[in-house]
Ligand binder design. Structure first.
Ligand SMILES: *Cc1c(COP(=O)(O)O)cnc(C)c1O
Length: 357
């Protein structure tokens, strides 16, 4: 606290990321990082970019990356926005596209950065309760007598539940709100969902946001992007160019382009995580856990007879870190990142021990 802080700073409740402990031999299953490394071609490209050219500023527009992504998704480069992690892309979207007189709608259980950005940028928001089975109910997001959203944001699959809406359900929300931007945060879509990018040419109010941090195993590089109608992208560019001309450095641009071009590696590394998830879900169910259906690289599970916070603490004593949210409705759940087969085996063994103690 300081008298030198602005009024805005006094009012902020910052986001708290999962911890990044500086310990070896930890089974780290708390922040949804990919258990296997990024494409070797991406690493080579980053090494090549580590040269004398670093004395020069990077391309302020990130054109090479926009072109690579446009090709991958069958859209035009002017329909692509790139930023320093999808968190930055989301932040610009809150300011450029989601802030209106009417409230921004999002689920009551969702990515906890959304209310933080509302605080930072002064957006009114309305938290819409998930159904009892923790799914998003499409009809809750459609305009009703006297009330409609100023804009809508939700992750698909949702975080931290892992539950997925079908593409048809996403389209119902987008088509049902033609006067509001609908932002679909697809941080985890590559682990089992169908991307709404295929809908952007039909719906000028749809913005889809992706990250390189999860399915492309490049959380340390900080790259994210948005795809939507060129007019939405232009709004994002206006905010970006009023904030930071060079959000993506030369290493990030080089690594990201090479990652996008290595489709075979990408497909295979997603496939491995999905296979491990299916095994993990079955093993946890055998231990008596209720596991929500997951289309992500994490599972969200609770045990009918054991407290979530106590389970997380007992795992921690065994050097296994998972995420536990002390939040209404979900404080009995653990969010567990799908690690390597070996890490997941250690987790299941530890849970078995803890439950039989
Ligand atoms: C991890 C995550 C992000 C942020 O990803 P970065 O690109 O690393 O900033 C955004 N949205 C959701 C739902 C996430 O889980």
């Amino acid at each position: 606290m300081s008298r030198f802080w602005s009024a805005v700073v006094h009012g902020l409740t910052p986001y708290v990321p999962g911890e990044q402990p500086k310990l070896d031999n930890l089974v780290k299953l708390n922040t949804n990082e990919h258990p296997y490394g990024p494409s070797p071609k991406a690493l080579d490209a980053i090494r090549c970019a580590t040269s004398d050219s670093l004395r020069l500023y990077p391309d302020p527009n990130g054109d090479a990356l926009k072109i690579a992504l446009a090709k991958r998704f069958g859209v035009q480069a002017k329909q692509v926005f790139v930023g320093n992690g999808s968190d930055e892309v989301l932040a610009h979207a809150f300011q450029a596209l989601l802030k209106h007189d009417r409230a921004l709608w999002f689920p009551d259980v969702t990515y906890s950065f959304y209310p933080v950005y509302c605080g930072l940028y002064g957006l009114a928001h309305k938290a819409i309760p998930l159904a009892d089975d923790f799914s998003i109910r499409v009809e809750d997001y459609l305009p009703r007598s006297g009330d409609r959203a100023g804009a809508i944001i939700f992750p698909n699959p949702n975080a931290p539940t892992g539950r997925l809406l079908t593409l048809a359900e996403v389209e119902q929300i987008v088509a049902g709100n033609p006067d509001a931007v609908v932002l679909v945060d697809e941080a985890y879509v590559d682990f089992g969902g169908e991307s709404a990018v295929t809908l952007v040419d039909r719906h000028p109010n749809l913005l889809v946001v992706h990250t390189f941090s999860k399915s492309r195993s490049l959380a340390g590089l900080r790259v994210g992007y948005a795809i939507g109608h060129a007019d939405l992208i232009e709004g994002l560019e206006r905010v970006k160019n009023s904030f930071n001309s060079y959000p993506l450095d030369r290493l990030a641009l080089a690594g990201a382009v090479a990652s996008v071009e290595d489709e075979a590696f990408f497909q295979e590394s997603c496939r491995k995580v999905i296979a491990t998830r299916e095994t993990l879900v079955a093993q946890m169910q055998a231990l008596g856990f209720e596991v929500l259906p997951s289309a992500a690289n994490f599972v969200f599970a609770r045990h009918p007879r054991r407290d979530g916070g106590e389970l997380a603490a007992a795992l921690r004593q065994r050097a296994i870190i998972v995420r536990h949210f002390k939040q209404a409705r979900i404080d009995q759940f653990l969010r567990i990142t799908v690690g390597t087969d070996e890490q997941c085996a250690k987790l299941v063994a530890a849970l078995g021990e803890i439950l039989s103690a």
